[in-house]
Structure formats: C-alpha cells, structure tokens
Ligand binder design. Sequence first.
Ligand code: BES
Ligand code: ZN
Length: 875
Amino acid sequence: MRPDPLPGTAPAPTRLADYTPPNFKINSVDLDFDLKPKGTRVKSKLALTRVSGGDLHLDGEDIDLKSVKLDGKSLKRADYTLTQTQLILTDLPDECVLEIETTCNPADNSKLMGLYLSGGRFCTQCEAEGFRRITYYPDRPDVLSVFTVRMKAPKDKYPYLLSNGNMVESGDSEDGKSHYAVWEDPFRKPAYLFALVAGEFDTLEDSFTTMSGRDIPLTIYVDPGDAPRADYALDSLKRAMKWDEDTFGREYDLERFMVVAVRDFNFGAMENKGLNIFNSSLLLADAETATDMNFERIESVVAHEYFHNWTGNRITCRDWFQLCLKEGFTVFRDQEFSADQRGADVQRIKDVSALRGRQFPEDAGPLAHPVRPTEYMKIDNFYTATIYEKGAELIRMLKTILGPENFRKGSDLYFEMLDGTAATIEQFIECFEQATGEDLSQFMRWYEQAGTPELSVTVDESLTTPVQGTRITFSQRTKPTPGQSEKTPVVLPIKWQAIGENGPLSEPQMTVLTTEENTVSLPRFDEAVSLSVLQDFSAPVILNSQQTSKDQLRLMAQDPNAFNRWEAGQTLARKLIGTQALALESGEIPQTDDALREYCEALRNTLHDDKFDNNFKALTLSTPGTAEILQSLDQADPIAAYLAGDWLSRAVGNRLRGDLLQRYHDLSDDGEFSPDAESAGRRALRNRCLSLLASGRDAVTAGLATEQLGTATNMTDELAALITLTKLGGKRVNTSMEKFYDKWKSNPLVIDKWFSVQGMRNHVEGVSAIKELTEHEVYDARNPNRVRALIGSFAMANPNLFHAPDGSGYDFFTDQVLDMDRRNPQVAARLLGAYEIWRKLDDRRQTQIKDQLKTVIASNPSKNVLEIATKTLGN
Ligand code: BES
Ligand code: ZN
C-alpha cells in the first residue's frame, strides 16, 4: 500500500491536456450484492476487450479486496499491483474475463459516496467518483458498459430491491429469510450512473404514454407515510416527459422509470439511469409543509434529472472536464421548462438573479475557472455555479445567436450523431456548425475563458434631445482571473431597443459583438431616447452604461421587455444602497432624497399597474441582496452593506406604507391551496408587502405577522410570518420559534427550515446562540441537510453574526467546517466556499479570513477542503 501524501502538500492535479483513452473496453458488467449494513459483499465480473496496449487500471477506495480471478483462475497477490487507489493488472490477454470480490461497509460510510445507509435503507451515490467505493472498476465516464445487477437482502427489512433498467428476475432465497432480484439495463452507461436501492418504502404510482404510444409505469419511492407528499413531484415528472417530447423530440427509452427519495444526500438529486435518487427536500411537498419556492424547485429538479436521460445518459461526457456538456445544457433545458410552466419573464429574472448572486462572485473571486476547466484536484469541487449557471447561459446565447429553428436543428443532429457516446464540447459545437453552416470557432472561447466580460455602452451625443444618426458604441473587456492574465473578445449577442417617454421608438434589435468594439447608428427620433440594452440579459456580462436615473425611471415605466423593466429598478436600488453603504462607513448623511423618492414612486406605479402580474411585482419590490451589493463595492464592511440594504427596504416600507397595507389585505388568502404560479404570485407579493412593512419595526406590522403565523394554512405564509417576526425582534421571537418547533418537530424537512431561520437570526447572544443550536436535541452533524440549514444559512445569510467584527463568527465557522471534514469532505468543502468573498471585504476582515484559511490548511484536511482553502487563499 502506498502511504498518504504528506500533510499540506498539494497532490498533483488532473489535467485535460493529459487525457488518454482507456486501454480496455468493457463489454458487460455483472454485479452481485449480498447486502449487509456492516459488511456487504460485492462480486463483479467484467468481460474485457483490449483496444490499445498497456495495463488495466481499476480504481478503488475504502473497499477490501478479497479475491481476483482471471478467466476462471485465481490470481495470487504477486499477479497484480494494489495501491491505495488502484488495482493494476499487466499483460492481460486481448479478450478476458475478470472476477473481483470485495467488501465494503455501508453503515460506516459517512462520506455518503458509494453504497451507504440512509434511515436504514441502502442507497448509492456514484457521480462523480463513488463507484470505486463499491468495487474495483475503471471509474471514468468514457468507459461505457451494459450492467446486470443481482442483489440479495433480508425480506423483512428490505422489501424493495431496486437497480437501473428492468427487473428480469426475483424470488426468495434458499434460507427463506432473504430474497433477491436481478436487474438489467440494456443501455451502455458509465459507472457514475449506476444505482442500487434496498429498503422499505411507500410508493406512489402512475404511468406515462410516450409519443410512440409506449406505456411507461412511473414509481416514486418514499419513506413510509410520505407518499401523499410525492404527488407534486409525480405530476412534474409527467409534464417534463411530455415537454421533452414536444420541445426537443426526446422520448423516454426504458420500460419503467423510478424515483427514490432519501434523507441523507450530499447534493440535490441524481440522474441514475432509470432510477433517479433525490434528496427528500427536493421531492416531498404539500401545502402545510412546503413553501411555494419548494414546489417550484421540485418541479425544476425533477425535470432536470429526467432531462439528463438524454443530455447526460444517452450522450455522456468523455471526461469530467466536459461536465458542462451535460450540466450546462440540462440546466438550460430545466430553465426553459420552468419558463414554459410558470412564465418566461419571471423565470428569466430569477435565473439571472441566481447567476449574479452566485456565479458572478465566483467568476470575480479566487475560485474563478472557465466553464470547461483545464485542471482540478478533486472533481467534486467543480460542480460549481460557473459550470451549471454560466454553462446554461452559453447554451442560451447559442440559441439567441442561431435562432430557435437552427438551434433545434443543431440539437437534433447532436442527439442523432452522438447517441451512445461519451462526447466533448467540441463535438457538441460541431453539430451546431454542421446543422446550420455557421462558424462557431470564436464561440468556443466562452468555454475556455474565465471571468465575466464587462460590456460598455457609450453614445456620441446626449439622448436627452431629438437625435439623428447618433452612434452607439459597444465595447467589451474581461479582467484577468487567477492563472489567466490575457483575455480575448468573446461573441456577445446584445439585444437592444430605443425607448421614448411613451413607449418603444424602434423594434428590438440585435447586435452581435465579436470584436473589442463595434458601433451602430440610431435613426432619427424627435424626442428624448433611453436605450434599453441587453434585453432578456442576452449575454452573461456586467453592463456599464451611461444611463442616468432618468433613463432607468423611464425604462421601469415603458420598457416592453420585462427583464429590463425589472433590471432598471434593480440598478436604481443598487445605486441607492451603494451610496448609503459608503455613507454609513464614513459616517456621512447620504444625499439620496430625490432619487429615493422617484424610485419609490416608480415602485408604487408598478404595484398598481394591472399589466403586470403579481410575481413580477413581487420581484420588482425585492431589492438586491447583500451578496450582490458586495460585488459592486471594494474594501466593504459587509455589515454596512447589509444595513444599507435594510435602510432601503425601510425607506420603501415607510413611503409606500398605505399602498402596501392595502395590498396586503387585498391579496389575503382566498381558500383552497394551489401551488400554481398565479396563486404563488399572490402569496409572494403579499408576503413581500409584509416584509417591507416589517422593516419599519412597528406594532401594527408585528400584529399582522403574529396573526398570519397563527392562522396560516400553508408553509409559504407560515414561514414568511415567522421570518418577519424574527426581523422585528423582541421577546415574541423566542416564543414563536418555540411554538413552531413544537408544532413541527416530527417533520424533518420543516425542522430544517426552522434551523435555517435560526441560522439567519441576528441573535442577541451573538454567535454563541448558533453554537448552542449545534447541541440541540435534533441537530445532527451527520445529516447534510441539517448542517446546510444551520451552518450554511449562518455563513451565507447572517452577515451580522458571520462577519462579527471580533472574528467570532469565522472562528466558529472554521471549527464547523473542520468537524464536517472528518466525516464528509465534499459537504465540508462546499461550506468553505463562504470564504470566497474575502477579497471584497475591509482589511481587518481580509486578515481574519486569511488566518482562518491558513488554519484550515495547517490542520491536515481532506483533499477536497485543501483544494478550496489553498485556491481561496491564493498567492
Ligand atoms: N448530476 C447532478 C448530481 C451531482 C451533483 C452529482 C454534484 C455529483 C456532484 C445532478 O444532475 C444535479 O445537477 N443536481 C443538482 C440540482 C440540479 C437541479 C441543478 C444538485 O444536486 O444540486
Ligand atoms: Zn444535473
């Protein structure tokens, strides 16, 4: 056995440039599981064909090798090489059969990768490199094979035995106590899509008739008692199946489709072939226990994992550097699905908010990397907002540039040409070139270059008087990112339109900027003009324009593009908050009166305009969050940034008080709960009104919130009231929190919400209150959902305590991350991402966080945590 690398020394990274194809093809895999919590025996039989000279490398981790047989003959210890991470066989014949027997320990698997137990049920998570924790295997996505899985377990504890594909055999074992099942998946797949589930479940069943008339049984497996909460997921699944047929021409392929919900899960959900596994938080919902946001998320995640069946499973990735091939494309597909289900305008606003709130900071910080990275230490750390969200934006731009028909031609060709293969980004782009005749070579730069481009828009002369032939200049620039100092121009589709005092003066235009700079001319307009630039956020850039507040107010009222109407309000709000934050830091009184008054007037007009739906109004009445504000500042005091945001909400709340109160009452509950977008929009706007009113911290609002908490019949309203009360502060907060806890203590998903509200509270006791919560009777550091609820929300949504000036928040957080790292490095590494913001902060906090990162590095952490800590710290 090879010893561990020395503590603190960085292991060698994996590089895209070093890719070599595998030496062997695996024609078939036969797996045989004897399932036991403490010692599961796995027999694997691989039929191999050599494709090039060299050794056979099989990956393995945390498993015990019992025996190896080659073509039926047992191998001796000297016949193979066994290292900490690999089993290597040399001089194999061109065709052979390898049989490997191993054992693993699911009960003690706290990493939740490979085969583990959740609530006493066996389940698996193999993406990206978990299969090697089950058996020795070439655990890489370009090795595709057909799998047959046999499993055996005691009948009473594990009545359901599931795996990918179709069940071909089942029955009782000879001992009478156990039973077995055999599953066959006819589609060749990489090991990361393997899944096995065994345990006791309640089921919810339905079926879907595909476009070619095949009847597909659908089953959702949940913890006993949870079946009624799976209705919405099942309904979402059927809508997603239909949508993929209608929109992309994609039909489901296997004879059945299964979804399993588990409580202990590192991620959101996983697209295992024919057997998706979900974090129960992204599957279970009913009116009483789930919020509208939960319903919306379930709909999109169920669709996302289903859509992977084509974008990910039928066509997979050649190597993990190509991760955005499946994730970026599939996120784009789920965004388009949600847009069709719930309204494109509002969906776009939410997607862009997520992009700007999570991906822009990543792209501007120490962890910036291209959508297709060129190297990594741990692939788990590269399931990032850049690969997902920016990756989706690239597909969206491709569609914008090519147009919808050509885009569909390209995707049709992609599915036809590359079906059954492990593909690359180049192959994907080539399909679109071939189908449309377009040259997309420059488009590839988007995949290679990290950093968010800045797009500047300048005009020759003022647009405040009638203009003719005025020139608009678009120019782009991308700042250097770690390891990439030189940047070249990317292809930017810019949608724009001229807007006058009473509405648009021109049709929407599109300029595709391919060079550093480009100029276009405006026709003659007899009145003042405002430019609405980057409509629908047609490219993922930071926009620098010469727009004045007057332009933004005009756009808020007149822009036919809903996204830019919203954006104009956000820009005004960002300016107001930014000015206030600087003033707070320097102790000055800001001069924002006129601007504030006009902004509030514009909000009032939006609130009363019947043309807009409630969802749009709620989003317009939401001001940018602290994360977004910090991005636009330097050397910022995060508490000042938070207080500035709070100040704006309070100002809006005060100035619109009458309107908000009126609207709050007008929108009150009208009976039967429905999770549809329109009903959700009503609740969203009403709770937005409540929240704005609460910024004033007055008794009337406290009364409304208390009443709402007591009478709410759905979790959206109940939780909104609870959060409002915590913001209002005072004695009633503790009583409300306790009551809520008592009411919901038997429902883990609601208790997670309770922990996350606790994590966000500005407790008077300071950080020690959060620490105390980690000792709460139902806090469980082994359950990722619970840790993310308390510690994640503390680090990401509690600026006052996390960024406490004395550094106590950071001390506590680092302890928590290191504690988690001993159990579950992936979850620990993700939490540690909270320190990514450090370069944006003031000197004192910069020093404090750097010291924390050095502490982490010195403590001999996992490879996952080491990679994030060293990269975040930088040089
Ligand atoms: N393939 C991923 C699951 C995954 C994530 C595996 C990270 C390994 C590491 C799945 O399709 C996915 O993307 N899940 C997301 C949710 C999705 C809707 C964006 C997740 O788990 O966060
Ligand atoms: Zn995915």
